[in-house]
Design a protein around this ligand. Structure first.
Ligand code: CS2
Ligand code: MG
Length: 402
C-alpha cells in the first residue's frame, strides 16, 4: 500500500479543529487530529507545507520509520507545533492500518486490557453552592469521577468556570482576553470546596481538581496537604513543569496524588518526573505528544515507575483524538483515567464516531481503525475563526500563568 495524497481540513463548529486526512492507493484513508488550541494554523501550515509532501509514496504501515523520519529527519525536534503535526500523521497511519487489517486500533496496541475506560467530567460553579449543584447533575448523568472547580470570591474570573451560562470552553473568539489571579484566596477556597463536596456526596465519587499551573511548588504542597482528608484522585498541574524538580518539593509534603503533562510533547518532558516517582499520572495526549508511536513508549516507561496515564481530553482535542485516546486507554496496562469534556452537537455531527459513554465509562467501539469520520461537506459550513486562550494577570498587573 502507498500513500497517494494528504490534506488538512480546517473547521470551526463552535471551535477550531485541524484534521489531517491521508489517502492511499487502495482507497483506504486515515484521519489524525492536529489541533493546537490558539495556534491551529501553524500546525496546518507545518503539515501542508513541510510534512505532507514527504509522505507521498511511502508505505503507511511503516509507522515507526515514518515517525522517526518526521521526528529526527528535520533536525529541529519537539515543540507543540511540530509534535501535533507528527501526532496527526501517526494517528492517521494507525487508522489506515486498522482499516486495512479490518480491526480496531486497540487490537494493534495489545488488545483489550479492560472492558471500559473510566472517564472524569468537569463540574464547576461561580461559587461553592453552584459547583455542588453541577456535581449533582454530573453524578446523575452516571459519572463516577468528577473534576470540581469553583469561582473565587473577589476574583472576576478563574480557570475552569464559565463566565456566562453554558459549559466552560477555554478558547474565546477574537484576541486574548485577560483573566485575574491571586493565589491566597484560591488556596483558602479550594479545601472548603472539597470539604463541602465530600459532605454532600460521601466518599464514593472520585474527585479531581486542576490547578492549571498557577502555584509555586511550596504553595502546591500546602494545597495538597490541606486536601488530604478529602482523598482526591489527583491534583493536576499544581506547578509549571519546565523545572521537573519542582515536583520533588510537592511530593515530599503530601500524599495527594499528582498529575501533570497536558502541555508535554515528549517523553523527555516527563523523564525526571517519572523516574523519580514525583508524579502519579501522566497527562500527555496523543495529538500533542506525537501520536500512538511515542505514547506507547511513554506509557511503558511510566509503568516501570508505578505511574499511570490520565490523558488530556479537553474539547480543544477533536473527536479524532478522543477516539484515538479511547483505543489507547483500552489497550495499555497502566491506564489510570481519561478526561471527558463532551463536544457540542455541532462538533459531533462534523465528526461522526463509534465511541460512546455509558455509566461512567467510555468505549471506543469495534469499527476497524479509529471508528471516527469527518463529514467534509458539513465541516465546510464552519470556516476557521480566530480564537485564543486567555492570558492571566495578578491583580497588580503582573502577567502570570493562565
Ligand atoms: C484543561 C484544558 O482539560 C484540562 O485539564 O487544563 O481545558 C486546557 O485549559 C485547554 O486544553 C487549553 O487549551
Ligand atoms: Mg488541565
Amino acid at each position: 500500500m502507498k500513500i497517494t495524497n494528504g490534506y488538512v481540513n480546517i473547521t470551526s463548529p463552535g471551535r477550531n479543529f485541524i484534521t489531517l486526512k491521508i489517502e492511499t492507493d487502495e482507497g483506504i484513508y486515515g484521519l489524525g487530529d492536529g489541533t493546537l488550541n490558539g495556534r491551529e494554523l501553524a500546525v496546518a501550515s507545518y503539515l501542508t507545507d513541510h510534512v505532507i509532501p514527504c509522505l507521498i509514496g511511502r508505505d503507511p504501515f511503516q509507522t515507526e520509520d515514518i515517525w522517526q523520519y518526521l521526528y529526527r529527519g528535520p533536525y529541529w525536534r519537539r515543540g507543540p507545533v511540530t509534535m501535533s503535526a507528527i501526532g496527526a500523521v501517526d494517528m492517521a497511519l494507525w487508522d489506515i492500518k486498522g482499516k486495512a487489517l479490518n480491526t480496531p486500533v486497540y487490537n494493534l496496541l495489545g488488545g483489550k486490557s479492560r472492558d471500559g475506560v473510566l472517564v472524569y467530567c468537569h463540574a464547576f460553579g461561580k461559587d461553592i453552592d453552584a459547583a455542588l449543584e453541577d456535581v449533582a447533575h454530573h453524578k446523575n448523568l452516571g459519572y463516577r469521577a468528577i473534576r470540581v472547580q469553583s469561582g473565587i470570591a473577589g476574583l472576576k474570573s478563574t480557570y475552569g468556570v464559565a463566565k456566562g451560562p453554558g459549559r466552560y470552553e477555554p478558547a474565546e473568539r477574537g484576541l486574548p482576553s485577560e483573566y485575574e489571579w491571586e493565589t491566597e484566596p484560591y488556596l483558602r477556597s479550594v479545601p472548603k470546596l472539597f470539604a463541602r463536596v465530600r459532605e454532600a456526596f460521601g466518599e464514593d465519587l472520585y474527585l479531581l481538581h486542576d490547578c492549571h499551573h498557577r502555584l509555586t511548588p511550596i504553595e502546591a504542597a500546602r494545597l495538597g496537604k490541606e486536601l488530604e482528608p478529602f482523598h482526591l484522585f489527583w491534583i493536576e498541574d499544581p506547578t509549571p513543569a519546565e523545572l521537573q524538580e519542582g515536583f520533588r518539593t510537592i511530593r515530599e509534603h503530601t500524599t495527594t496524588p499528582l498529575a501533570v503533562g497536558e502541555v508535554f510533547n515528549s517523553l523527555w518532558d516527563a523523564h525526571d518526573l517519572i523516574r523519580n516517582q514525583w508524579i502519579d499520572y501522566i497527562r500527555a495526549t496523543l495529538t500533542h505528544a506525537g501520536g500512538f508511536t511515542p505514547m506507547k513508549k511513554l506509557a511503558d516507561f511510566a509503568e516501570l515507575y508505578h505511574v499511570k496515564t490520565g490523558c488530556h481530553g479537553a474539547t480543544d482535542l477533536s473527536p479524532v483524538c478522543m477516539a484515538a485516546a479511547l483505543h489507547f486507554d483500552t489497550a495499555i496496562h497502566n491506564f489510570g483515567i481519561q478526561e471527558h469534556m463532551p463536544h457540542t452537537d455541532e462538533t459531533d455531527a462534523v465528526f461522526p464516531h463509534q465511541y460512546y459513554f455509558k455509566d461512567g465509562y467510555m468505549y471506543p467501539g469495534d469499527a476497524p481503525g479509529l471508528g471516527v469520520d469527518l463529514d467534509e461537506a458539513l465541516a465546510a459550513k464552519y470556516p476557521y475563526q480566530r480564537a485564543y486562550l486567555p492570558v492571566n494577570r495578578k491583580i497588580d498587573g503582573t502577567l502570570t500563568d493562565w
